[in-house]
Design a protein. Structure first.
Length: 134
């Protein structure tokens, strides 16, 4: 078979073989999302909202050293459907998430969003928190 015949045989199969009329395109599932906000925005929410949960996702020893007043501890490594449900009353509860520097809080926020929580706000780390600490 010469080169021209080979090309003539391959091109139609590429054009017509890969596309089927009426074939549905499957959409990729969207990744659940959370919102990233500044410490100032988090502080405003704490001051203005009646019901907002402040979630510290560091370890117990870090929490014991210093934490934001009213914060509830749920270490990143312990987040599951069951532990989250025990701390966060409703899937649409407003939750402000922080850690030491912002790395764990991003992971925790995504984990919570993946579990179906819809009102998650990540605001970084306590090392950048210019307000009151206990």
């Amino acid at each position: 078979m010469n080169k021209e015949m080979l090309i003539a045989a391959i091109i139609p199969s590429l054009i017509f073989g890969g596309c089927k009329a009426g074939q549905e395109i499957k959409e990729q599932p969207q990744t659940a999302v959370y919102q990233q906000i500044s410490a100032q925005e988090a502080k405003n929410m704490m001051d203005e909202m009646e019901e907002v949960l402040i979630l510290d996702v560091r370890e117990q020893s870090e929490y014991d050293e210093a934490h934001i007043p009213g914060a509830v501890l749920l270490p990143l490594g312990t987040i599951s459907e069951k532990t989250a449900a025990g701390v966060i009353p409703q899937k649409d509860s407003a939750v402000l998430v922080y850690c030491r520097s912002g790395n764990r809080s991003k992971k925790a926020s995504q984990a919570l969003a993946d579990l179906g929580y819809t009102n998650i706000y990540e605001f970084g780390g306590i090392i950048d928190w210019p307000y009151e600490k206990e």
